[in-house]
Design a protein around this ligand. Structure first.
Ligand code: NDP
Length: 587
């Protein structure tokens, strides 16, 4: 790798731009997101819970103070903050069989979180836990979720394997009626929707997919009962999940065929056990300090010392603009874009050089090189992935020229002229991107006077700070919609849970029945979002296709707060401290 930054000649810049465009054009498919199939109907078994047995229970018709929809980190953090605010009766609902959200569903071999555990795993100090590894394995994170639920007594009133199907506001009683797919119909003063964004597995729309007679499953519903030893196995997909699964199963299987459409950028991981000497230095407040340090760095801010110092923080300048839209306004926009592009070329050249350093077969190495800008796809990190392609029992099948796998038959996967006979197909093909059931319409919400929330939002979402809407009292949304977005999403969720906890705590203290923004406050926030939302439409439109950009057809509207999460969290703190609550608490 070059020690001094390579300076690009104008013709080199043009050549890179042309190569990126050509790779994008080669990859784009006219159907866009319609190329995928839902894991529903005849494919519904791909979404079934393989980990916890489904048990019959009677429908519930009672009342709770707060219901939290979603038992992942959003729900856990909210539950914790509500307990700390003195809320006694909290019910968590989830379609899964236990707490954990993404970490409940994703249990594939090799699963780790690629953000340092000390900043990713929330509530470590509250639970009194120091992660064992720098990048935690999924099982350690899942157990932490369970520990958080126990610590804050959230198991007391859970409804697992249950999906909320309707929320209806009763103005006289000032409470919500909550209906579920288990026949429950109960009341709750507060509802918090934290049902995640990447939860529903999706399948590629490969012609003939239904005819395949071998074994199949999706990575997020791993079949641990199926013995891969000695089998001919196909993995479809080389995103962040594929990059972790592929090296983990390669030593075990007979032969592994990796079906790649677009290569990931794969940077150095450097995982290691937590140093006991480091753990011994930790003083109260340590996690907050590390989380703040990481968030500031990856959103383009300045800190005296980079406490995390990993692939994310070192490439922070690149992510700055793409993830949050924050920019150094002292440099003219055009020059800033040019400098960002050069930094991006440098980073991607490093990533491509790493492929050449590791992969011995030149044709395989060539196929593994990503030709797009760094943040067009989720960056990945692994010290084992590229090495796996040097194994004699692993074949990379590059499907880019065909827009993916061409067909499936009873026994094989077909790419152009070639058929690959396999015993098992593992779909590492990702998830449907939704904001929540509220947006997709699978969880209809009716507010004051029976107004449907999607009706109120017919011209786009309308909230104050992303949390709540006028006409829909005591209903809170978690997520980045009109709120903040960040690569360490649990940090954002923690701030959201803190805000909701503070509001509900204040309502109890003051005897307020309703928490609801005025129509004016909502309108003002919609305007703020419109005016500040990051203008990265062109960037996203020119990127290689993927779920980040609607498969090459991004929506022109971006709905997160442009100045970024650090500014947003400060804004919320100031709002709370300076009497904002008075505007939303009502009798
Ligand atoms: P992705 O959507 O990122 O990847 C899906 C993969 O399937 C892509 O490689 C895609 O190719 C490929 N694919 C889809 N259709 C076809 C087809 N017809 N033929 C061949 N290949 C096909 O899903 P992941 O599960 O990998 O990741 C989803 C997200 O989950 C990540 O972006 C990340 O946010 C999160 N995650 C986070 C981790 C962490 O450590 N924090 C770990 C794992 C996941 P193409 O690129 O060409 O579309």
């Amino acid at each position: 790798m070059p020690t001094t930054p390579h300076r690009y000649r104008p013709e080199e810049i043009e050549a890179l731009r042309a190569r990126y465009r050509a790779e994008r054009d080669r990859r784009i498919r006219p159907e866009g997101t319609a190329q995928y199939r839902r894991a529903a109907g005849e494919f519904g078994y791909y979404a079934k819970d393989p980990y916890t047995e489904w048990t019959e229970r009677d429908p519930v018709h009672d009342r709770v103070e707060a219901v939290v929809i979603g038992g992942g980190f959003g729900g856990l953090l909210t539950g914790a903050r509500l307990r700390q605010a003195g809320v006694q009766s909290i019910r968590v609902i989830d379609e899964a069989g236990d707490f954990g959200g993404t970490w409940y569903w994703n249990r594939y071999p090799g699963i780790h979180c690629d953000i340092e555990a000390t900043v990713y795993m929330p509530l470590l100090e509250e639970v009194g836990y120091v992660p064992k590894w720098r990048y935690a394995p999924g099982e350690e994170i899942r157990r932490h979720c369970v520990a958080v639920a126990k610590q804050f007594d959230l198991y007391a009133d859970t409804m697992f394997h249950t999906r909320a199907t309707e929320l209806r506001w009763d103005e006289d009683a000032a409470e919500w009626h909550v209906r579920t797919d288990r026949g429950d119909d109960f009341r709750a003063r507060y509802v918090v929707v934290g049902s995640g964004t990447l939860t529903q597995p999706k399948l590629p729309g490969i012609p003939g997919i239904e005819t395949f007679r071998g074994h199949t499953f999706h990575t997020s519903r791993w079949d641990h009962g199926y013995d891969l030893a000695g089998k001919r196995v196909a993995v479809i997909g080389t995103g962040a999940t594929g990059v972790q699964v592929i090296p983990s199963i390669a030593p075990e299987v007979g032969h592994l065929y990796v079906f790649q459409r677009t290569p990931s950028s794969v940077d150095v991981r450097g995982n290691r056990p937590t140093d006991p000497a480091f753990a011994a230095t930790l003083r109260p407040g340590w996690q907050r300090e590390r989380m703040d340090n990481f968030l500031t760095l990856v959103t383009g801010g300045h800190v005296e010392e980079d406490l995390i110092d990993d692939g994310w923080t070192s490439t922070a300048r690149l992510q700055r603009q793409m993830l949050t839209g924050t920019v150094d306004t002292s440099i003219p926009a055009e020059e800033r874009e040019y400098l960002d592009e050069l930094a991006d070329f440098r980073k991607m050249d490093e990533i491509r050089a790493r492929v050449d350093d590791i992969v011995t077969d030149p044709a395989t190495a060539e196929a593994l090189k990503p030709w797009y800008r760094y943040m067009c796809k989720r960056p990945t990190f692994s010290d084992f992935y590229l090495e796996t392609f040097n194994r004699p029992n692993v074949t990379l099948v590059d499907t880019a020229d065909h827009g993916g796998i061409t067909a499936m038959t009873e026994t094989s996967l077909v790419v152009g002229e070639n058929a690959y006979e396999v015993d098992c197909v593992i779909f590492a093909t990702g998830f449907e991107v939704g904001i929540s059931g509220v947006i997709s319409g699978t969880l209809p919400v009716y507010g004051r006077g029976g107004m449907p929330l999607l009706g109120h939002w017919r011209n786009g979402p309308r909230t104050l700070h992303g949390f709540y809407s006028h006409g829909f009292p005591n209903l809170f949304h978690l997520g980045s919609l009109q709120n903040a977005a960040a690569v360490n999403f649990t940090h954002v969720l923690q701030e959201q849970a803190t805000h909701i906890g503070a509001l509900i705590g204040a309502a109890a203290e003051r005897g307020a029945q309703r928490i609801e923004p005025t129509a004016e406050a909502e309108e003002a926030w919609v305007t703020t979002i419109r005016e500040t939302a990051p203008v990265n439409f062109d960037f996203r439109a020119e990127c290689t296709p993927g779920y980040y950009n609607g498969e090459g057809k991004p929506r022109p509207v971006n709905n997160s707060f442009g100045p970024g999460p650090v500014v947003f969290h400060e804004l919320l703190r100031t709002w709370r401290a300076e009497g904002g609550m008075d505007e939303v608490l009502r009798s």
